[in-house]
Write a protein that binds this ligand. Sequence first.
Ligand SMILES: NC(=O)c1ccc[n+]([C@@H]2O[C@H](COP(=O)([O-])OP(=O)(O)OC[C@H]3O[C@@H](n4cnc5c(N)ncnc54)[C@H](O)[C@@H]3O)[C@@H](O)[C@H]2O)c1
Length: 226
Amino acid sequence: MSGRFDGKAAFVTGATSGIGRATALAFGLEGASVVVADVAPDGNQETARMIEQAGGQSLAVSCNVTRADDIKAALDAAVDRFGRLDIAFNNAGIEQPIKPAAEISDDEWDRLVAVNLRGAFLSMKHEIELMLQHGGGAIVNTSSGAGVKGFKGQAAYAATKHGLIGLTKAPPAPNDRQTGTSSHRRDHLLGDSSRMPVWWPERWASSPRDAVPQEDLSVGRRRWRA
Ligand SMILES: NC(=O)c1ccc[n+]([C@@H]2O[C@H](COP(=O)([O-])OP(=O)(O)OC[C@H]3O[C@@H](n4cnc5c(N)ncnc54)[C@H](O)[C@@H]3O)[C@@H](O)[C@H]2O)c1
């Protein structure tokens, strides 16, 4: 198997169904070694099996993104197995029942924030660290149309997805500068995303263009390079 991501290692959360599984398979089909990280162990194994059946390399790891220790262990397992981390797709997310904002319980709110927002933040922290050890990488966070609009009955979900876009837009370090916009393909998941920025640290002199493949599957992408 060979393709655009030959020699790259990709880490995908929320990979036992839906967008995450499809993306994990796509990475595998394009030559990446794929770490499938999800809270659902059976689904994990199944996604990994599908990637391997298609000729790719994969590792299934249990990971609840609300737990920093789980994320760190999953990412460490990724690097142990494949030697590096080039791509991360922080996609694990949950929805909320449609209801008036005043009826969202404190626990529901906390759970949405823990999975959709805090989970991505914790993942990014560790991913950036590992990526910089091997020259950089690309991080994609899955937001939603609810990240740019206020959908009726989805106050908590919309708040987390708006927050996720803020997290993705914020320069990773104070001196980083904006270098342009990310790829045209982000609108697959978020129609109004064409102006999402790509940040580039001042200390990294060379062009970001060769840092990672330019193709993109999601709503917000970051590139880092040491
Ligand atoms: N499906 C849509 O229409 C749509 C639209 C916009 C955005 N999104 C976002 O896309 C992402 C994927 O959505 P989907 O429709 O494929 O959903 P899905 O329910 O099919 O997949 C979500 C995955 O996240 C995993 N997950 C849930 N909680 C987790 C946790 N704590 N730790 C690790 N994994 C966990 C689940 O096991 C599952 O594999 C989500 O972030 C969602 O908010 C989906």
